[in-house]
Unconditional design. Structure first.
Lengths: 497, 333
């Protein structure tokens, strides 16, 4: 490790209602690989966005190469030599590799673009990195791994001095990760400063020199990687926060009937051989870090995405779920994490949304029985204590928590016995949160069963009777609530294969 | 895992890859169509039919070339059909009723296209309207505007042989009794120029980039609204040219007409391999696609297929072309 190239000090950033970064420090030296770690929502990405000028900071200083800097957009940061290799690749699939690398700064020959020279220059970059990619190939024809290499080549062509890798390995195969690490080591030896964001504990140990841990938008500490253990890092990530009334033991009898059984479910890269059981009256928590494949599992189970293989049993009966329609017929309801896109029709009324999944029961001949529709909607507004001036109110005018209640009503009207709650309290304020929790508890008390996907550790520990932990499309742990701790969950959530 | 997604021997052939599978298919279909009509109809084999196909081709080719740029950005321009009529009406009105010099009429026609294109582009890029809706509105505006300016009267541009009739020779020149399709030359020249513009200049490259991934293009430090607007300006300019081609080939234009022609042009572009989802498309493909449309339009009446059936056949051809586009996108995903 050499001299310090980049220092972020006392970085503070608030969004309306959220204190996203609370005086965070980060120091990057030349020739080091510096890991940035933390749970979901710890503020890693926000910090990097402040660094590269996507967000402006409220307080604090950024010192780069001895001078205080403030970039107002990613382009300025790039020109200064700070580049992010994004997790979601920012590629132009229809253009060639070389055209992608030089987008916005094409090599010109008079008024015309000199594609030949761009190809040559790209070739030189790849030679320098020791990777074999044809610069003339169309970007979308490359594998994700190769596309990532192109992004790195692009970063280097900007004469980058600091490169931020945002979960670079998430989509790569074993062999591609090896290749990536080789490149990162080369870059380190060339005295670049490298920030490496990843959830994979074993990778951190292999590739990084120092680790900075963040928690809840705050700075926890920086460690020398080779002097610390995985447990040290996990302890720093989860902290010693006392969470509000966690569940201590399951309320479900050990012999409660199994209402849903999933065996060897496979669907793409994100769902690999997932098996689990859901008992009557149980809340089964699905925990894991971003990109663990929890939502993908739910969507494949629900028939929203195609599955490759796997058996599903509802109440002991084997069922074929190919479309969401099939799932609804089996009594499964899915509350999407992205309410506005998949959960409700915001421009329709509470009543119309409530009957959307079961409209055939609210028909009078060819027409919708508006009266019956309003009656049932009203009934559920009262049971769920939805705050709305009336059932004819447009859903768009309700708060997040009350919108969520309308989605719940939709599935209750349909009489679903198995409910999948995907991030049930995302974007919902604290008061409404506890109402949703109470509601979920009431539902299971009535004999419904719930699968709850949540990225919030508090929520998982407070609500679940049992916890399934996933990592990279595989189930890496199953814990009874009595034995579950943050540390054990985080351990499983960072377990590779 | 392999480095490249698999293709078969045909699609991986370097020549096929360079030209594009769809263009090869379109050429084959075009040849097959011409042969079919030649066998079925004696009148199709006549020189006058070729001239008539050309008359249909010029304006469609111009409209197609222009709208290809909008389609590549992931947008569309629906105002080109009624726009073409509107600008030709305005230009013709100035020449006939206001006795303006013909050259002024021509320039005003093209200027109208440029103005409308700029308006479309600004509504889409700055106003944030969906291209479909924005250009649907300007399509209606163009329809009304043409009527208002001519006072509801039909307009015929000066006929061949009349003192101001030289516009008629812009696209079809009389060489010692034989009429030569001069317009074909203009189409070819412009196609080459626009092809180079699309593939070899920065604005062209950025128009493709916007259609491929708008956000990534923005993050690359490219001024997206400028190039998005440019696509519509190009479309407007070519609509102006199409208005000239149309008024030099055909007799009278009725105010409020031209609706539906945009779909033939867009259809030609899509048959030629331009994607409705943006990011890909070629000028050569559009020209070939437009030829299919015009051969159908000239050929179907000659084998005694009624006008209504012609519409249905063209509709089916478009469904097939769009389906190919859908299949292509699935492969990319």
């Amino acid at each position: 490790m050499g001299d310090v190239i980049l220092t972020m000090k006392g970085i503070d950033k608030s969004f309306p209602g959220v204190h996203a970064l609370d005086h965070v420090d980060l120091e990057i030296k030349k020739g080091e690989v510096h890991a940035l770690m933390g749970e979901n929502g710890a503020g890693k990405s926000t910090l990097m966005k402040v660094l590269t000028g996507i967000y402006s900071k409220d307080e604090g200083t950024i010192t780069y190469e001895g001078k205080e800097v403030e970039f107002s957009n990613p382009r300025e940061a790039q020109d200064a030599g700070i580049v992010i290799v994004h997790q979601e690749l920012n590629m132009l699939g229809h253009l060639t590799v070389a055209q992608n690398i030089f987008i916005g700064r094409e090599i010109m020959n008079g008024k015309l673009i000199d594609d030949k020279r761009m190809n040559e220059e790209a070739r030189k970059l790849f030679d320098q990195l020791g990777i074999d990619i044809d610069p003339k190939e169309t970007m979308s024809r490359l594998t994700v791994g190769k596309q990532q290499m192109c992004e790195i080549a692009k970063a280097i062509s900007h004469e980058a001095k600091v490169i931020v890798f945002d979960e670079p390995s998430a989509a790569l195969t074993e062999a591609e990760i090896e290749e990536l690490f080789k490149i990162i080591r080369d870059l380190r030896d060339k005295q670049l400063g490298i920030v490496y964001i990843s959830h994979r504990m074993d990778e951190i140990k292999v590739i990084t020199d120092r680790v900075t841990v963040m928690r809840d938008g705050g700075y926890v500490g920086t460690l020398i990687t080779k002097d610390c253990t995985k447990d040290d890092i996990i302890n720093m990530m989860v902290g010693r926060v006392i969470y509000e009334d966690p569940k201590t033991e399951s309320a479900v009898a050990k012999d409660a009937p199994v209402v849903l059984k999933v065996e060897h479910l496979n669907a793409g890269r994100m769902v690999r051989d997932v098996s689990f059981e859901l008992r009557k009256g149980e809340i089964l928590g699905f925990s894991g870090l971003m990109g663990a494949g929890r939502t993908e599992t739910a969507r494949a189970l629900f028939g929203a995405d195609p599955k490759e293989s796997g058996d599903v049993y509802v109440n002991g009966q084997k069922v074929e779920i190919k479309t969401p329609q099939d799932a609804v017929k089996c009594g499964i309801g899915y509350l999407s994490e992205d309410r506005k896109r998949y959960g409700i029709v915001v421009a329709k009324t509470v009543a119309e949304n409530s009957t959307m999944a079961s409209l055939e029961n609210y028909m009078k001949g060819l027409f919708i029985d508006k009266k019956k529709e309003c009656q049932v909607a009203q009934e559920y507004v009262e049971t769920l204590k939805t705050k709305t001036p009336g059932v004819d109110q447009l859903v768009v005018n309700l708060s997040g928590g009350n919108q969520q209640k309308v989605v719940i009503a939709k599935w209750l009207v349909r009489n679903c016995d198995i409910l999948i709650f995907d991030e049930p309290t995302r974007g919902i304020d604290v008061g409404a949160k506890s109402e949703i929790y109470q509601l979920m508890n009431e539902l299971v008390a009535e004999g419904k069963s719930i699968i709850m996907i949540s990225s919030e550790m508090t929520e998982i520990l407070r609500m679940s009777d049992r916890i399934v932990v996933m990592c990279e499309g595989r189930k890496t742990g199953e814990l009874d609530i009595a034995e579950a701790t943050q540390e054990r969950i985080m351990h499983a959530a960072t377990l590779r294969d | 895992m392999t480095d490249k997604k698999q293709g078969n021997a045909f699609t991986n052939n370097p020549i096929v890859r360079a030209v594009g599978v769809q263009k090869i298919v379109v050429v084959i279909v075009l040849i097959a169509l011409v042969l079919f009509f030649c066998v079925k109809s004696t009148s199709f084999r006549q020189y006058t039919t070729i001239l008539s196909i050309m008359d249909y081709t010029y304006y469609l080719a111009f409209l197609g070339m222009g709208v290809t740029f909008c389609l590549i950005t992931g947008g569309v321009d629906l105002s080109i059909g009624t726009g073409m009529f509107c600008y030709a009406l305005i230009g013709g009105y100035l020449i006939n009723q206001k006795h303006a010099p013909v050259i002024v009429g021509i320039l005003v026609t093209i200027l109208c296209g440029l103005i409308m294109g700029t308006i479309n582009g600004l509504i889409v890029s700055k106003g944030g309207h969906a291209p479909f809706l924005a250009t649907l509105c300007t399509m209606m505006i163009a329809r009304g505007l043409g009527s208002i300016i001519t006072g509801g009267a039909s307009i015929t541009w000066p006929v061949a042989g009349s003192p101001n009739g030289w516009t008629r020779t812009l696209f079809k020149i009389d060489m010692g009794g034989t009429k030569l399709p001069l317009g074909f030359l203009w189409v070819l020249i412009l196609a080459v120029v626009m092809s180079i513009f699309l593939n070899k200049t920065r604005p062209g490259r950025y128009i493709i980039a916007i259609g491929s991934n708008k956000e990534a293009t923005r993050l690359s430090g490219i001024n997206v609204p400028v190039y998005q607007t440019l696509a519509y300006v190009i479309s407007g300019f070519f609509t102006g040219l199409a208005a000239l081609a149309y008024s030099s080939a055909f007799q009278s234009m009725t105010p409020g007409g031209g609706g539906g022609i945009e779909l033939n042009a867009i259809g030609g572009a899509i048959i030629g391999g331009t994607s409705m989802n943006g990011g890909s498309g070629t000028i050569a493909g559009t020209i070939l696609g437009v030829f299919i449309m015009s051969v159908l339009q000239a050929g179907l009446p000659l084998i005694n297929i009624q006008a209504n059936w012609q519409q249905i056949i063209i509709g089916v051809v478009l469904i097939v072309a769009v389906y190919i586009d859908v299949l292509k996108n699935k492969k990319l995903a």
